[in-house]
Design a protein around this ligand. Sequence first.
Ligand code: ZN
Length: 336
Amino acid sequence: MGLIVAEICCIGITQVHCGVPEQPSIAMKCIYHPSYQVALPPGHPFPMSKYSLLKDKLVAERLISAGDLLQPELPDTALLALVHTSAYLAKLASGGLSAAEQRRLGLPWSEALWQRSRLASAGTLLAARVALTEGMAGNLAGGTHHAFDDHGEGFCVLNDVAIAIRGLQAERAIERAAIIDLDVHQGNGTAAIFRDEAAVFTFSMHGERNYPTAKMRSDLDVPLEDGTGDSEYLDALERHLPAVSAAAPQIAFYLAGVDVAAGDRYGKLAMTEEGIRRRDRYVIEMMRSHGVPLVIVPAGGYAPTRARTAELHAHAFREAVAYESALHAGPVKSAS
Ligand SMILES: [Zn+2]
């Protein structure tokens, strides 16, 4: 294990120069890399451009300044191997996925996709390290919760959050972690990876009749009916989220999927934009008022346009910055 720790500790960071002047207000560090976006075949349903649109939006709104945007570097295989099998990683590295495996993944393999998946995983680990010292941080890609240890599916190649948690544990930075997975699809890969690990609390609230058909067992699963709207959704979240803080995690990862929105191509729920904003705010307040460092990752979102998807994703980051700003301005009412 000592060798692995030494290797994965060499993931460094560099700042992204985006030409925006420094601003003095409270902001949150976010992780981004231009290679988070890779080319897909024309007509492919995955909204790859949402990552750069999200970054551009947060920079334009000055929620992120040049100094707050950090860039991950490619991680060593040893880090990825804390979660994924050597056989699966070898296939990914060599382009050896079969046609059936690529269909299950929903993405065609490419060298760029392999690079993107590794960078996004390193980005979530980097965000976690920042969150441990600063309270909150975000990665502008990630939340690829359908990736299992030995295969990918549902647009998810590597399980970035699992890699970040195992990376932090290997560095002895943490022992206990929690995952708050509010993407509309169940976090089946995450649940399977941490099935036998009491130190990692997995919470998934998702559409019961949505993908994946075969759900894995999380520590806490909250299935929702098709058509669930704001009040029912937020009531369920208020009932169940306290179980996460009760698990006393040393860090929490929030998969702030916006495919819960009404009109989402793959969602089947009926959340309004205001409902999503309130959901994001509640998660942030609950974790931060309990002193739990929080990492925010976008996870899924398939609104009618990519600009709309990016706009919905931006709410979690806006709410995080607003919370931090209020915290520095004066006492903040605790979430109960
Ligand atoms: Zn999803």
